[in-house]
Design a binder for this molecule. Structure first.
Ligand code: GAR
Length: 189
């Protein structure tokens, strides 16, 4: 059985797409949802799929507690799905090539500190880009700089606002993220 742990900070629509995709599977399951936000919508979504949840604070993430909880699960893949805090270096070092992130733009453009959620789509909108997209990449110690695993792009001609761009990009995320995760895990079977 391959185990996935998801880290998310907000509504968790990507987390839900992943939990839905793998629910009822024999060889792959989502074994935990970790969040820094006690009010995150992702908590109810995890409950709906019967996935255990863990809420932590910054001290617990940057100290030993979150790492210890991960080590008791021993995940094959750690998936950052709208996780908005910097992922700590000591966990990256313990799980080399096993942590991936989704970013709502075509990296290396529109990445880095402070570039998350609507900030990204507003920048894309202000620069009058004709396309945007998604990037799924490995996590290293720098924001949005790990090796790219997958990208998909989308035309923005029918997007009048940053919110329109966000909605279009989110559809791409839901379409591709679960499949990319499955491919990565299958490579290890
Ligand atoms: C997603 O668009 C994800 O790409 C983005 O946050 C959103 C979370 O939505 N992540 C980042 O911006 C990370 N830099 P969700 O909670 O509905 O999955």
């Amino acid at each position: 059985m391959k185990k996935i742990v998801i880290f998310a900070s907000g509504g968790g629509s990507n987390a839900e797409a992943i939990m839905k995709h793998f629910s009822g599977r024999e060889n792959i399951r989502v074994s935990g949802v970790f969040t820094n936000n006690p009010n995150a919508g992702v908590l109810q979504k995890a409950e709906k799929y019967g996935v255990p949840t863990i809420v932590f604070n910054r001290e617990e993430l940057n100290g030993d507690i979150v790492l210890h909880k991960l080590d008791t699960i021993k995940p094959d893949l750690i998936v950052l799905a709208g996780f908005l805090w910097k992922f700590p270096e000591h966990i990256v070092q313990q799980y080399p090539d096993k942590i991936i992130n989704i970013h709502p733009a075509l990296l290396p453009n529109y990445g880095g500190k402070g570039m998350y959620g609507l900030h990204v789509h507003t920048a894309v909108h202000n620069n009058k880009e004709t396309e945007s997209g998604i990037t799924i990449h490995f996590v290293n110690e720098h924001y949005d700089e790990g090796n790219i695993i997958f990208q998909a792009s989308v035309a923005l001609d029918d997007c009048a606002t940053p919110q329109d761009i966000a909605a279009k990009v989110l559809q791409l995320e839901h379409k591709y993220f679960p499949a990319v995760i499955e491919d990565l895990l299958k490579k290890e079977f």
